[in-house]
Write a protein that binds this ligand. Structure first.
Ligand SMILES: *Cc1c(COP(=O)(O)O)cnc(C)c1O
Length: 399
């Protein structure tokens, strides 16, 4: 799938209505409320007949510019935003799932999302069915039994499994389900789930959209009819995006296209390099021909993303030695930043899960998640080379 003009859109889209004072950059409007001299105008804005802002928990000009930019990048009719990615997910599911409803999803969703499915929704008598990720027949069979929501994430965290969005959206539509896709890993530069038939797209803006690991945020885009009820749920429940965070995310998004191009490239080259390393057992990256669903990824993505993972001989012990030796990588529970970030899944994406739960998801305890930054590729590969070279040999022999 070929994309055009995404770089231009990332820079210019969505900002015009929020500019003020002739400034060329969207101002950070910290005002909690917005005043009106004219009581009738106030009323018209309050009931939504006239554009404007009333109170910061509902809307804000800086936040609105962020929403507009992600709306245009995902080619959606409507958008709303949240304080975090998890707020986007929990508010969306909270809007649409009630006692007695059924939701179908996959086992490999983000750790926090998985907790909503396994801990919170069952307590509210929502029936949750989690299928093996990438087992399209199993998902179709469960969806065919009927469900209110089909919730997908592709590529997944941390083993970058791929689900065929178009095929799953068709299955969801056939039973009248709302099809939701967490597009955090791909970003709108690499994948537009709405074009493939999804109804709603969720982002943790904290990751690639912001890209600088300095602001939390979430977004939801789709048809107005579906996004507005979630906006209403959020404005009442209060998981509002802060204007300062919205500004940082907006600024980050200006370079989204540039960053993603570089991260796609760096991740591919790191994955190819890792395949040649004796210490490495498995490399998971949708861009590799060895990936189970490389063909689907090639079809629905215009780039394979900045995320990969790999498992090492010697398991946790090797991880313990390897990661501290890297010079150009943060060891942190985050991803999608300009800096390369590494971490074991057991302390990052799936820290909420027990070792047994992780094993059931096919996540070895010695798996390393690698979020490629925008550094020079020679330095990233050189860094990995020196780290592998310095590993104690007995770890290898004992493996
Ligand atoms: C990080 C992440 C989330 C949660 O986002 P927060 O902004 O941390 O709340 C959801 N989905 C995916 C795929 C993520 O990587």
């Amino acid at each position: 799938m070929k994309k055009t003009n995404m770089g231009t859109k990332a820079i210019w889209a969505g900002e015009k209505d929020s500019l003020a004072f002739g400034a060329t950059q969207v101002p950070v409007v910290h005002s909690v409320s917005f005043g009106y001299e004219d009581m009738d105008e106030w009323y018209e804005v309050a009931i939504g007949n006239k554009k404007g802002h009333i109170y910061g928990r509902n809307t804000n000009p800086t936040v609105e510019a962020f929403e507009e930019k992600i709306r245009i990048l995902e080619k959606a009719e409507h958008a709303t935003s949240f304080s975090t990615g998890m707020a986007a997910i929990s508010n969306t599911l909270g809007t649409y799932l009630f006692p007695g409803d059924r939701v179908v999803s996959i086992k490999d969703t983000y750790g926090g999302t998985n907790k909503i499915f396994t801990e919170f929704l069952p307590k509210q008598n929502v029936e949750v069915c989690l299928c093996d990720t990438g087992d399209h027949e199993a998902i179709e069979a469960e969806v065919a039994k009927g469900c209110k929501v089909l919730y997908l994430e592709t590529p997944t965290n941390p083993t970058v499994k791929i689900t065929d969005i178009e095929r799953m959206a068709k299955a969801g539509k056939a039973v009248g389900a709302i099809v939701i896709v967490d597009n955090t890993f791909a970003t709108p530069i690499n994948q537009n789930p709405l074009d493939l038939g999804a109804d709603l797209v969720i982002h943790s803006a904290t990751k690639f959209l912001g890209g600088h690991a300095d602001a939390l945020g979430g977004a939801l885009v789709g048809a107005k009819e579906l996004v507005e009820p979630v906006y209403h749920y959020r404005e009442i429940n209060g998981a509002t995006l802060d204007p300062m965070a919205a500004y940082l995310l907006l600024r980050g998004m200006k370079t989204l296209s540039l960053r993603i191009e570089r991260q796609n490239d760096n991740a591919m080259k790191v994955a190819e390099y890792l395949q040649t390393v004796d210490w490495v057992d498995d490399v998971f990256y949708p861009g590799l021909e060895t990936h189970t669903h490389h063909d689907i990824a090639k079809e629905q993505m215009s780039g394979f993303g900045g995320m990969l993972s790999f498992s090492v001989k010697g398991g946790v012990d090797t991880v313990r030695h390897l990661l501290p030796k890297l010079q150009f990588a943060n060891r942190a529970a985050n991803l999608g930043a300009v800096e390369t970030i590494v971490g074991p899944s057991r302390t990052t994406s799936h820290v909420e899960c027990t070792p047994e739960e992780r094993a059931a998801m096919g996540i070895p305890e010695g798996l390393i998640r690698y979020s490629a930054g925008i550094e020079d590729i020679e330095d990233l590969i050189g860094d990995l080379e020196q780290a592998f070279h310095a590993l104690p040999k007995e770890l290898y022999t004992n493996a």
